[in-house]
Design a binder for this molecule. Structure first.
Ligand code: AMP
Ligand code: MG
Length: 418
């Protein structure tokens, strides 16, 4: 059986990046930029004021002081968005932050160093020539490369797009991820229960929202009973997807038909089945489509296994497909708060843990219930501690690797902020 890291390598090596599409610039948030962005103009387009105050000629006020203020006649006003005006020697123009520097002015004296009486202003401080002037092109110049291909767009980058007048922008396409839920026992939300043996699905919707969180497009293809006809029909509705996920039916039982049928119906090349990991051992992976550009993951039905397989194998693959350079969840070093022991050490294990940030350190505590059917253990889990093959015992205080998936947690609680 291959190891988790071997499986991950096969998955990532199989990934082919998707193409590009043009979107309204605001909709590009959190997506991967597919073109370089250059400045269309200087920013600011002309010298403007960094303060409210008076625009003057330095020459006129260079000797101003508390004791000997210089009096100037105020001949006008320059407001943000206002028109170009001209300053005559021996005069001042009242000016506001962001407003154009009048022709002839070379310095702005902020309001607190002035006193206004009627149309005369007294200047109490000379400052330096050029004071409080934000120069044309001081932020960026026409033709500057501002954002490069491959950058993930956050609000500051959206701000750049708007300031260079880019109403539409090329980004990497989103991946369409189809979900087929299998199992004779599975009930959808809203379906009435008719038998005790029925299990209401969680996988359909944990996957759906995990796909959304990854930035991809989830598509619920449907629910298939464990029989050839139903599985065939659902697989045939999956042809438009870039990535196909099935849940359930990939073990060794007589009704575990998925692996055979994806090969038969979609011509999937299975690249591995079964990974030496816990949970999620019976996972299957393959490639399909004309250029083998599409991925298939046969995910086991146990709810925890399903979520963990998504986070550790599927999500990195679909993030990589969409052009993200950082396609993994954050990995942190943390201190184990209590001894961890396990009987069998033959597989790598993803252990659900609680995490606390204290005195500048991450502290982790594994949950007691680690069964791959215990859905509630995922609810309280802030991450997955990685316990490698061959490790039976980790002592309290040892440093461990933890995959973090609690974003709220990243906001942090620094002692210094209290
Ligand atoms: P399987 O992988 O089909 O053998 O299923 C393993 C276990 O996961 C069984 O107990 C199933 O009932 C359960 N299971 C399968 N699919 C789902 C699902 N969509 N939601 C919740 N539990 C499921
Ligand atoms: Mg099943």
């Amino acid at each position: 059986m291959i190891t988790y890291f071997e499986a991950l390598k096969i998955v990532l090596d199989s990934v082919k990046e998707v193409g590009e599409e043009k979107v309204f610039f605001v909709d590009a948030l959190n997506r991967v930029l597919a073109e370089d962005i250059y400045a269309d103009e200087d920013n600011p387009p002309a010298d403007n004021s960094g303060m409210d105050g008076y625009a003057v000629r330095f020459e006129d006020i260079k000797d101003a002081s508390e004791e000997k203020p210089v009096a100037l006649k105020v001949i006008g006003e320059s407001k943000a968005g206002g028109d170009d005006i001209e300053l005559k020697p021996g005069t001042a123009i009242s000016i506001y932050t962001g407003a154009l520097i009048p022709k002839g002015a070379d310095t702005v004296i902020q309001k607190e160093f002035t006193k206004r009486e009627g149309d005369t202003v007294y200047i109490y401080k000379a400052l330096k020539i050029g004071a409080n002037i934000r120069p044309k092109g001081g932020d960026y110049k026409k033709g500057d490369l501002l954002l490069t291909k491959g950058k993930v767009l956050r609000p500051p980058e959206i701000g750049i797009l708007s300031s260079v007048n880019k109403a539409t922008v090329y980004v990497k396409q989103k991946v369409k991820v189809g979900i087929i839920t299998t199992g004779d026992e599975i009930l959808d939300v809203g379906e009435p229960r008719t038998k005790d043996s029925q299990i209401r699905t969680s996988n359909t919707y944990t996957l759906y929202t995990q796909i959304l969180e990854s930035g991809a497009i989830p598509i619920i293809i449907g629910f298939a009973k464990d029989n050839p006809e139903d599985i065939t029909q659902k697989l045939n509705s999956a042809k438009n997807c870039d990535v196909l996920l099935t849940t359930g039916g990939v073990s060794v039982g007589e009704y575990d038909l998925v692996r055979d049928f994806v090969q038969k119906e979609l011509n999937v090349d299975i690249l591995f089945w079964k990974v030496s990991q816990k949970p999620g051992k019976p996972v299957a992976f393959g490639v399909w489509g004309n250029d083998k550009e599409k991925l298939f993951f046969g995910i086991p039905g146990n709810p925890v296994a399903c979520m963990v397989v998504f986070e550790t194998l599927v999500k990195p693959a679909i993030r990589k497909m969409m052009g993200y350079k950082n396609y993994f969840n954050p990995l942190i070093d943390a201190y184990l708060e209590e001894k961890f022991e396990r009987k069998s050490a033959d597989r790598l294990e993803f252990v659900r843990v609680d995490i606390e940030y204290k005195d500048g350190k991450f502290l982790v505590k594994p949950f007691e219930k680690q069964g791959s059917n215990i859905l509630t253990s995922m609810v309280n889990s802030k991450g997955l501690m990685i316990v490698k093959e061959g490790v039976n015992l980790i002592e309290k205080g040892e440093v461990v690797n933890v995959i973090l998936f609690d974003k709220e947690f990243l906001v942090g609680e620094s002692e210094n902020l209290k």
